[in-house]
Design a protein around this ligand. Structure first.
Ligand code: MCA
Ligand code: AMP
Length: 505
C-alpha cells in the first residue's frame, strides 16, 4: 500500500461511475469525476512547488471542489489545513504564520485582504469560490485527470486543525494518516455504514465533525452524501426522504424539533441520526424519540483525538451519556491533582489513548507535554465518570471553554481583547444557556475607576478582529469580579448570576 489514507478513502473508488455527491438541484457528481478533479488540483499544487509535508491553508466555502482539494492534498502528501470561513484576517494571519503554510486558498472576495498577509509571510495565494470557480480551478482545467499518488506511511501527517487554548493562542493539532483512517474504519463499522448509505451532510467541512467523521466515514464505506452548503432547515426537510443517515450538532436537532414538518412520516425510513460536538440534552433526546421514534446516537470526540466514545448501534443508546469507549480506544478517569486513576464511578478528568490520538501541537512542545502524557494518554480537559454499564457521562469541563452551536470559543482570547478597550479595567467572558446555540457568549466588564466604557463601541472593535460566532452577544458592566481567596475569578458565580440572560433564545 502506497498511501493508506488515499487508498482507503479515495483510491479504491477510482473509475467508479457511482454517485458520490448529490446536490439540492439534482446534480450528481460521481466518484470518478470527483477523483479526477482532485488529481487535477494535486497537479496544480505540486507544479506550484509544494512538496509532501508542506501545509496548505484553506479558507473556502463548502463545495465539491473544496472537498476535492482535501483529496488532492491527501494524494500529494500535502498537509491539509482547513479554516473556519468565519475567521477574520487577523485570525488567519496567525494561522498562516504559525503553520508556515506555503499556499493559501481563499475565495475571490477575501483575496484583496489576504494577499498582503500572504506576501508578508511568503505564501502564495490561489482562489476557489463557492461555485467552484477561481484561479485554482482555472489552472486545474489544463491538468491531467490522473495523478501518481505520493507514497506516505500511516505515521505521516495528513492534516492540521487549529484548536484554541486557555492562554488564548491557537494550537495546530497534528493529525496523522492513521489517526484519521483508524477512526473512520472504526466508526463506519460501528455505525454500520455501507455503500448503500446516503448521508445528509449539512455540517461545515473545516472541522473534525463534518470532514473526518461525516465525510471519511461515508468515503471508507463507499456511500454517497447529499451535500448542502450549510444547515438550511427547508433543504434538510426537503432532502431527508432521499437520505439514510444524518450527522449533526445538537442545534440541528433542536431546530428540526421546532418544525412540525419534522415528524415520524418524514423520518420513518431513516437508519441513523448521530449527534456530537456539544452536549445533547437528555430532554432533546427524549423529545426526538417521542416525535420520530428514533433514538439519537450520541458520540464524543475532540479535534486532537477524533472520536473517543459512541453509544452503540444495537443496544441501549442512553440519553445523557456518550457511550462506551470505541474499540481500540482506552479511556480512564483520573484525579486532576494527582493524575492517579480514580475508582470506577467517580468523577474526574477524562483521558484517552489509542490510534486516534494526535501527534502533538505543531511547534509547541511544552503545550504538547502538558496535555499528552509520555504514556500516550491525552488529557481531554473534560470531566466525567463511567457508569455501571461502562458508558461515559460528561459532567463538565476542566477547561475554560464555551461551545456555541458546536463551535468552540475560548474566553481568554476574547478577554484579552476586551481588556485592551478604553475604560476597561478587566473582564470575564462566560458561556450562558441559549435555546438555539446551547451556550452563548456573555462579556462581563469592570470599568476603570471614574470611566464609563461604551459596550457598543467595544462590540464593534471586537467584531473587526474576531469571528462572528465568538462575539459576545451582550456586554454587562459590573463593579468588580467575584474572586476566590487565591484571587481567581469565580466564573461559576458569574454563570449563575447571568444564566437567564438568553434563556428564551
Ligand atoms: C452562526 N452564528 C453563530 C453560530 N453559527 N453564532 C454563535 N455560534 C454559532 N455556532 C452567527 C451567524 O454568523 C449569525 O450572525 C447569527 O449567529 C445567526 O446565524 P444563523 O443563520 O442562525 O446561524 P447558521 O448559519 O444557521 O449557523 C448555525 C449552525 C452552525 C447551523 C448551528 O453554527 C453550524 O453549522 N454549526 C456546526 C459547527 C460544527 O460543525 N462543529 C463541529 C466542530 P449575524 O446574524 O450577526 O450575521 S468539531 C468538534 O467539535 C468535535 C471534534 C466533535 O466532537 O465533533
Ligand atoms: P473541539 O475543540 O472542537 O475538538 O471540541 C471538543 C470538545 O467538544 C470536547 O472536549 C467536549 O468538551 C465537547 N464535546 C464533543 N462532543 C461532545 C458530546 N457529545 N457531549 C459533550 N461534549 C462534547
Amino acid at each position: 500500500m502506497t498511501n493508506p489514507l488515499y487508498d482507503q478513502l479515495f483510491g479504491k473508488h477510482a473509475g467508479k461511475q457511482t454517485p458520490f455527491l448529490l446536490f439540492r438541484d439534482g446534480t450528481v457528481l460521481t466518484h470518478a469525476a470527483f477523483l479526477e478533479q482532485a488529481a487535477r488540483f494535486a497537479h496544480v499544487l505540486t507544479e506550484g512547488g509544494l512538496k509532501p509535508g508542506d501545509r496548505v491553508a484553506v479558507q473556502v466555502h463548502k463545495s465539491a471542489e473544496a472537498l476535492a482539494l482535501y483529496a488532492a492534498c491527501v494524494q500529494a502528501g500535502i498537509v491539509f489545513l482547513p479554516l473556519n470561513t468565519a475567521y477574520t484576517v487577523d485570525e488567519l494571519d496567525y494561522f498562516i504564520d504559525n503553520s508556515g503554510a506555503r499556499i493559501v486558498i481563499c475565495d475571490d472576495g477575501s483575496k484583496t485582504l489576504l494577499q498582503p498577509v500572504a506576501d508578508r509571510l511568503g505564501a502564495g495565494v490561489e482562489t476557489l469560490n463557492a461555485d467552484g470557480s477561481g484561479s485554482l480551478s482555472d489552472r486545474s482545467a489544463a491538468m491531467p485527470a490522473h495523478y501518481p499518488t505520493v507514497e506516505r506511511s500511516a505515521d505521516d501527517l495528513a492534516a492540521f486543525l487549529y484548536t484554541s487554548g486557555t492562554t488564548g493562542r491557537s494550537k495546530g493539532a497534528m493529525l496523522t494518516q492513521d489517526n484519521l483512517l483508524s477512526n473512520a474504519a472504526t466508526l463506519a463499522d460501528l455505525w454500520r455504514f455501507t455503500a448503500e448509505d446516503v448521508l445528509l451532510h449539512a455540517l461545515p467541512i473545516f472541522h473534525t465533525h463534518g470532514l473526518f467523521v461525516a465525510t471519511n466515514v461515508t468515503l471508507i464505506a463507499g456511500g454517497s452524501m447529499i451535500f448542502l452548503p450549510k444547515f438550511d432547515q427547508d433543504a434538510v426537510i426537503d432532502l431527508l426522504p432521499k437520505a439514510t443517515a444524518m450527522m449533526g450538532v445538537p442545534t440541528f436537532y433542536t431546530r428540526l424539533l421546532g418544525d412540525e414538518r419534522f415528524n415520524r412520516e418524514l423520518t420513518g425510513h431513516m437508519r441513523l441520526f448521530v449527534s456530537g460536538s456539544a452536549p445533547l440534552l437528555a430532554e432533546t433526546h427524549k423529545d426526538f424519540e417521542d416525535r420520530t421514534g428514533h433514538r439519537i446516537l450520541e458520540r464524543y470526540g475532540m479535534t486532537e483525538t477524533n472520536m473517543n466514545t459512541s453509544n452503540p448501534y444495537d443496544g441501549e443508546r442512553k440519553a445523557g451519556t456518550v457511550g462506551p469507549p470505541l474499540p481500540g480506544v482506552e479511556l480512564i478517569i483520573t484525579d486532576p491533582d494527582t493524575a492517579l486513576e480514580l475508582p470506577h464511578g467517580d468523577i474526574g478528568q477524562i483521558e484517552v489513548r489509542g490510534p486516534n490520538v494526535f501527534k502533538g501541537y505543531w511547534q509547541m512542545p511544552e503545550k504538547t507535554a502538558a496535555e499528552l502524557r509520555d504514556n500516550g494518554f491525552f488529557i481531554t480537559g473534560d470531566l466525567g465518570r463511567i457508569d455501571e454499564d461502562g458508558y461515559v457521562q460528561i459532567v463538565g469541563r476542566n477547561k475554560d471553554l464555551i461551545i456555541s452551536g458546536g463551535y468552540n470559543i475560548y474566553p481568554k482570547e476574547i478577554e484579552l481583547l476586551l481588556d485592551e478597550q478604553p475604560g476597561v479595567l478587566e473582564s470575564a467572558v462566560i458561556g450562558v444557556p441559549h435555546a438555539d446555540f446551547g451556550e452563548t457568549v456573555l462579556g462581563v466588564i469592570v470599568p476603570r475607576p471614574g470611566e464609563t466604557p461604551d459596550p457598543e463601541q467595544i462590540l464593534q472593535v471586537a467584531g473587526a478582529s474576531l469571528a462572528r460566532f465568538k462575539h459576545p452577544r451582550k456586554l454587562v458592566i459590573v463593579d468588580s469580579l467575584p474572586r476566590n481567596t487565591m484571587g481567581k475569578v469565580q466564573k461559576n458565580l458569574l454563570r449563575d448570576a447571568f444564566k437567564d440572560t438568553f434563556a428564551a433564545g
